[in-house]
Design a protein around this ligand. Structure first.
Ligand SMILES: [Fe+2]
Length: 367
């Protein structure tokens, strides 16, 4: 199974993972054979990619770090928590609902310590904020586990992460969802979500309110709202800051297409002791594959293959199924560890390039 851009879908491909709508409702079930009508519908609803079954990855599952059911439940939970915060003047949120959601995520992550983020959480452009909150929670908790926090501290971190952008409910939607570049004045309004977030949350818990207030502060003082500097920025705010950037870069937004996780990780790798404490950046990076399962790559000895998985703690060293030799001749596929062979990755190849290379095999990508 692998992720494929919508514009590369052709009728006859088999959907690898169920596509959910913003409220957790099913749009299309895993296993459906796609036809043009389904493809048009996905496009109209703002999806830019889906997972399809692919015989090149026979027997390889792309598992999320939490169950799909937990993620869908968490996303609809966040939707109603934020709706309550918006409709209620004092912004009161249901602490019990939040704790239930975070505990569900925590249980699964603690049970699965070797999990590596390989899956791009596919969501429609229109559904950014709720999915983003859940993803930030998942990634922040994984980083906290790597840093060795106890369960009660992980619960606080996960809660702050889930609610880090709650202040956005007070930012006018026409600014929040504006597809064009924001004016300087509009950006000042968006920045206020940190202050609104603190105001909403401080009646619940000071530490969680501080995460919402400070998740855009940066180690070198370039952040907001206070331009705080190291060592004045709490660890939890920095963790949420790092994962917030990762999720924003790797997501489709109303004003841009998603970038590849490798791009986000390379950017973040350069932010240690500049935007964030290096130990936070390093702990986060241990959990995320730069080349998710199903990515076509060329290794630095010239061979071309498709990523199978990535060992925990080694984001840039995937295990690859080699398909073409260094002269781009089709070979009998074999599995290759870049880590144990001391190889790096040269580049990511797009589907069109590899399809061309494999044109002796015209059925690639179809079930
Ligand atoms: Fe934010």
């Amino acid at each position: 199974m692998r992720q494929i851009a919508l514009n590369l879908l052709v009728p006859g491909m088999k959907l690898g993972k169920t596509v959910y709508g913003p409220n957790g409702e099913t749009y299309l079930n895993a296993g459906v054979i796609l036809n043009q009508r389904y493809i048009n519908r996905l496009s109209a609803r703002g999806y830019s990619s889906v997972y399809v079954e692919d015989r090149l990855l026979d027997g390889v599952e792309v598992d999320d770090v939490i169950r799909q059911e937990t993620r869908v439940k968490a996303i609809s939970g966040v939707r109603s928590i934020l709706k309550d915060a918006k409709s209620n003047k004092r912004g009161i949120i249901s602490q019990a609902a939040v704790t239930r959601t975070v505990n569900g995520i925590l249980d699964e992550l603690l049970d699965n310590p070797l999990a590596m983020v390989n899956l791009v959480d596919i969501r429609s452009r229109d559904d950014y904020l709720f999915g983003h909150c859940v993803n930030v929670c998942v990634l922040a908790v994984m980083t906290g586990i790597t840093l060795g926090f106890r369960r009660d501290r992980l619960l606080t971190l996960g809660t702050g992460a889930l609610l880090h952008d709650v202040g956005k409910v007070r930012v006018p939607p026409e600014i929040l969802d504006k597809p064009e570049k924001l004016s300087a004045e509009e950006f000042e309004v968006v920045k206020k979500h940190t202050i609104y977030g603190r105001d909403i949350l401080r009646q619940e818990d000071q530490e969680i309110a501080a995460i919402a207030y400070s998740h855009h502060e940066r180690y070198n003082g370039e952040g907001y709202p206070e331009q705080a500097k190291h060592p004045g920025i709490k660890l939890f705010s920095q963790i949420v800051g790092v994962v917030d950037i990762f999720d924003a870069i790797t997501s489709d937004r109303c004003y841009k297409n998603a970038d590849h996780p490798r791009v986000a990780l390379e950017l973040l790798a350069g932010t240690g002791n500049w935007w964030f404490d290096a130990k936070v950046v390093n702990a986060f990076m241990e959990n995320v594959a730069a080349y998710p399962t199903g990515t076509f790559i060329q290794i630095n000895t010239g061979e071309v293959g498709i990523v199978m998985d990535t060992p925990k703690g080694q984001p840039f060293f995937p295990n690859v199924r080699i398909l073409l030799d260094r002269e781009y001749r089709i070979v009998k596929p074999y599995d290759f560890s870049t880590l144990s062979n001391g190889c790096g990755v040269n580049c990511v190849l797009d589907d069109i390039t590899v399809t061309e290379m494999l044109k002796a095999e015209p059925k690639m990508g179809t079930p």
